[in-house]
Design a protein around this ligand. Structure first.
Ligand code: ACO
Length: 380
């Protein structure tokens, strides 16, 4: 009986997807496949969502640190960093700059301007970040700064997968009809959290933020989030972390209680293990998201991966059978900006005309958690 009820619930949950009849055939999973997915325990809700991407923006700090600059204080070279990672420079918040929330607000405001959407009409603001100015969250500050006075705003933490996880989360609110307009910001200031004397990790990271404006579409054929797949595995948590290590203090009470006062250790990373994880999991998850979108690798116009390492991007493209020319990257200029990297590169690609209205973009994020995910987006 329980199995029957569960199966019925999954079929009912699949109904909105099945009812997307007017959409072009290649963007809609077949009825049979949706039902199979339901029978297999997948709610078939990972196909097209009623959300369109209507604007994008970005912001990066002015201060630029080149590989040669880094070689002034640690034992490395521009040649080593460029050839192993594809990174030539990174932008960092200097001590006198306003923080991450200000960067995120600039990205969000420019995305709204690009979309021609009034901040007063925004229902939801999600800021994906692991490095907020305030541990209690930056999103309300960002919403206030841009004038999104009626929006509910919250942070979402999923490291370098954060922007994708937040985009899918916001799209669900639009798909359900709860909200009409959302702003999703991905941004990080990991320069505050790297050990600038650890040459294994400090060469990789920079600061930056990017944003998109999403709107609900009543016409399923206009879907801009065609399919997605999200995963996490806490078993790999220690491969990349920025862990709490507050100072111990014994409270002078009869309870014998001891507490700790807040501090975080700098980022630690097992680069080789993260590299292996990324090259294995990212091709899998993009293939899964394509399958959920009812698309194939040949339908992809652009491959936009988290900007961690150009070698990872090339291996992923090769494994998926997507030509390397379709890779979107600005890694050389900005390095790894964590949750900021995908929207930062998207904004540049849209602004320069690389990405055009209607283009299909296979995106994927991966990183600490461990977490990884892919969304197949259609621009405009
Ligand atoms: N300059 C010079 N030499 C270096 C440097 C450096 N900056 N860093 C390491 N080396 C040395 C190592 O000490 C090692 O020397 P050894 O052979 O004498 O021991 C040698 O170079 C090779 O080191 P590897 O770690 O094997 O180098 P690799 O080719 O794997 O590249 C890298 C290292 C770039 C970190 C790579 O492993 C990588 O990109 N991994 C993925 C990391 C990543 O993407 N992290 C972010 C995830 S996103 C997020 O959530 C924040």
């Amino acid at each position: 009986m329980y199995v029957l009820i569960t199966a019925l619930a999954l079929v009912v949950a699949a109904a909105p997807v099945i009812s997307f009849a007017p959409a072009p055939a290649r963007f809609v999973p077949s009825r049979a496949r949706a039902l199979n997915a339901a029978a297999a325990g997948d709610a078939a809700g990972s196909g097209p969502l009623r959300a369109r991407l209507v604007g994008t923006g970005s912001a990066a700090p002015e201060t630029r640190v080149t590989n040669d600059n880094i070689a002034e204080w640690i034992d490395t070279t521009d040649e080593w960093i460029s050839s192993r990672t594809g990174i030539g420079s990174r932008h960092v918040l200097s001590a006198d700059d306003p923080g991450l929330a200000s960067l995120a607000a600039r990205a969000a405001a420019s995305a709204l301007a690009d979309a021609g959407v009034d901040a007063a009409d925004v229902d939801l603001v999600i800021v994906a970040t692991s490095s907020p100015d305030d541990l209690f969250g930056d999103a309300p500050t960002v919403a206030h700064a841009i004038g999104a006075s009626k929006a509910v705003a919250f942070d979402l933490t999923a490291a370098c997968s954060g922007f994708l996880f937040a985009t899918v989360t916001a799209s669900q609110f639009l798909h359900s009809g709860a909200y009409k307009t959302a702003v999703v910001v991905g941004g990080d200031a990991l320069s505050r959290w790297v050990d600038w004397d650890d040459r294994n990790s400090c060469i990789l990271f920079g600061d930056g933020a990017g944003a998109v404006v999403l709107q609900r579409t009543e016409d399923a054929a206009d879907s801009g989030v065609l399919g997605f797949a999200l995963h996490s595995d806490g078993g790999g948590h220690d491969k990349l972390q920025c862990a709490y290590n507050g100072a111990r203090r014994d409270l002078a009470t009869s309870t014998g209680a001891s507490v700790t006062t807040g501090a975080y250790a700098p980022i630690t990373m097992d680069g080789r293990e993260v590299y292996k994880f990324a090259t294995r999991r990212v091709p899998e998850v993009v293939a899964e998201a394509l399958e959920n979108a009812g698309l194939e690798a040949g339908d992809v116009d652009h491959l936009l991966l988290h900007q961690a390492n150009i070698r990872i991007m090339e291996i992923v493209a090769d494994r998926l059978g997507i030509p390397r020319e379709k890779i979107i990257t600005n890694l050389n200029e900005y390095g790894n900006t964590s949750a900021g990297s995908i929207p930062l590169a998207l904004e540049e690609a849209v602004r320069t005309g690389t990405v055009k209205k209607g283009d299909v973009i296979a995106t994927a994020g991966f990183g600490a958690g461990l977490s990884w995910g892919s969304a197949i987006l259609r621009w405009g």
